[in-house]
Write a protein that binds this ligand. Structure first.
Ligand SMILES: O=C(O)CCC(=O)C(=O)O
Length: 180
């Protein structure tokens, strides 16, 4: 996902959106595409929160589905208070990245300077060999399965093309200066 500006979204854990069975085999990677400081809405996260249990809609007696998401967010705000979680902020430089466990509570903090952009790119990675699903849309016996795009280990040698030409290997690509 690409974000051109601060999302200002309330805290959640990715386990409500994407999860694996067995649990815990998903990670988020958030890359700063420009310098991020307290004025342009950095990522807010709660260190240690990934060690709490995973919370789903059913834990708050909510029905599965997007309609319940606002209430889920309110419950998470309450949880943050009850657990007395202390926030940290992803004030990182252009090109740096944050990597998080899928159960880490995080969101987007307030945009203090509305004239500022906050370009970032986030990818959620599933580990191999699991069943993948969308917990928010799943009920006990009905798992909303996902079929994520797969990145093979040797993707740089398999089927990559640039300007219609097949790239045979990384070293070959550099030698032929295909991109210049
Ligand atoms: O970039 C943000 O403000 C939030 C991103 C986020 O919550 C996510 O990618 O899961």
């Amino acid at each position: 996902m690409n974000f051109p500006s601060a999302t200002q979204q309330l805290a959640h854990s990715d386990t409500i959106h994407f999860n694996s069975s067995p649990k815990g085999y998903v990670a988020g990677v958030w890359v700063a595409l420009e310098d991020i400081d307290m004025e342009n809405g950095p990522l807010i996260y709660y260190p240690g929160s990934h060690k709490l249990r995973e919370y789903g809609m059913e834990d708050f007696s909510l029905k599965p589905g997007k309609e319940s998401y606002k209430k889920y967010e309110a419950e998470i705000q309450q949880l943050v208070k009850e657990e007395q979680l202390t926030p940290s902020y992803g004030t990182i430089k252009k090109g740096e990245a944050l990597i998080w466990h899928s159960n880490l509570l995080h969101g987007g903090s307030a945009l203090k300077d509305p004239s500022r952009s906050r370009h970032s790119q986030v990818t959620h990675y599933f580990f191999a060999g699991c069943k993948y699903f969308t917990p928010m849309d799943s009920a006990d016996k009905e798992m909303a399965l996902r079929f994520p795009d797969w990145i093979p280990d040797n993707s740089h040698t398999l089927g990559n093309t640039a300007f219609g030409k097949k790239i045979k290997s990384l070293s070959n690509r550099v030698k032929r200066r295909i991109y210049t």
